[in-house]
Ligand binder design. Structure first.
Ligand code: FES
Ligand SMILES: [Fe+2]
Length: 376
């Protein structure tokens, strides 16, 4: 396939059909560097990417880093208390400044020791005294747009574009009963998965696989797509007779169900995708996220965060009871990752014909078309 050919809409006409007549994306969408590059430009540079929770950064100087593909980012609580995002790149010769998570009084470049405040201002640039027309005031860290909803922090690389509020559409209203402001992140886990980012998100948007991939762990689940407004999709999953599917069925203890939820909400777990690549799962007793960062056409990082309402965390048995929730995630996540890697492996077959969808794969088909709408 030549580069011009690659984006000819004619190659994708089968994906554009209604679900039960449609075919899956052609195999090169999961392997080709040019297709991937177009996704970076058209999708990842323009959309809102979830980076973490506000409660992960309670004090001035607390920071986390985010290795988004258009550039690495520092998210830091400044002296004034505001959370800001900057490119993680020194203004001198571009060295990455911070990694991981932590707390700092100032940001010191490891290369030549330039010092920035947590507000991104350049405070000291030792050895630059003789440099002509060098003004510290203009050498601040480069700001990246950051907005939040209910403590969920998102960044956007482009200066102009829809606000986070516009992007999320009716999501804040839909989950108001889940009182997301009360959530606190208690654990994050990171995985490197050898597959294209879309395989992880597609897998997270269908319960068709649960009876086989999670046969002995989660088991078969029923699901219904929920209509949404805005750049998100939602699959409601329920298992008759079960209050929570956030723990494995052999777990003895769980945490309280949110009393603000309706009867129906309290029997449902909502698997959402905030386009392009953030899954928020709202369960009656907990919330978790899957945040996918592309590392290349055939590799991704998956960050899994676990959140609970502040009241549940204050429960004297919390540390013991939360283990059942971690066990569920630590069991199911590797099962999902392995199947996505197996799927990537099968995509090395050149000229593999496109596949077909089942009626349970509506949101997978929706994601494929969302991507094509932006890439073609
Ligand atoms: S690259 Fe940062 S001080 Fe030189
Ligand atoms: Fe799964």
């Amino acid at each position: 396939m030549t580069p011009t050919d690659l984006f000819d809409p004619g190659h994708y006409s089968e994906v554009r059909k209604p679900l039960l007549e449609a075919s899956t994306l052609p195999p090169w969408c999961y392997t080709d560097p040019l297709f991937y590059q177009r996704e970076i430009e058209a999708i990842f540079s323009k959309g809102w990417c979830f980076v973490g929770r506000e409660d992960e950064l309670p004090n001035a100087g607390d920071y986390l880093t985010y290795d988004g593909v258009p550039g690495p980012i520092i998210v830091i609580r400044s002296e004034s208390g505001e959370i800001k995002a900057f490119f993680n790149s020194c203004r001198h010769r571009g060295t990455r400044l911070l990694s991981g998570k932590g707390s700092t009084r100032q940001i010191v470049c490891p290369y030549h020791s330039w010092v920035y405040s947590c507000d991104g201002e350049l405070h000291r640039a030792p050895g630059m005294e003789d440099t002509l027309h060098f003004e510290k005031a203009t050498q601040h860290l480069l700001r990246v747009k950051l907005e939040q909803w209910a403590g969920f922090l998102f960044i956007r690389y482009t200066k102009t574009g829809p606000s986070l509020n516009d992007w999320l559409g009716n999501m804040p209203e839909f989950f108001a009963g889940h009182t997301p402001d009360n959530l606190r992140c208690v654990r994050r886990k990171s995985f490197e998965v050898q597959c294209n980012w879309k395989f992880l998100i597609e897998n997270a948007l269908e319960a068709y696989h649960t009876g086989s991939v999670h046969r002995t762990t989660l088991g078969r689940q029923q699901s219904d797509p929920i209509p949404t407004d805005g750049e998100w999709s939602c699959l409601r999953v329920y298992v008759a007779g079960k209050k929570t599917i956030s723990v494995l069925s052999d777990a003895r203890d769980s945490l309280p169900i949110n009393a603000d939820l309706s009867e129906e909400e309290s029997m449902s777990t909502f698997f959402t995708n905030i386009y392009p690549c953030t899954q928020f799962v709202f369960a009656p007793d907990s919330m978790w996220w899957l945040a996918v960062q592309p590392l290349g056409p055939m590799a991704s990082r998956l960050e899994v965060g676990s959140c609970f309402p502040a009241d549940s965390i204050a429960h004297p048995d919390f540390q013991q009871r939360v283990q059942a929730y971690f066990r569920r995630l630590d069991t199911a996540t590797p099962e999902d990752n392995e199947i996505c890697e197996a799927q990537q492996g099968g995509h090395t077959v050149e000229n593999r014909p496109q596949g077909r969808f089942s009626s349970e794969e509506q949101l997978t088909h929706t994601l494929a078309n969302w991507v094509l709408d932006r890439v073609l």
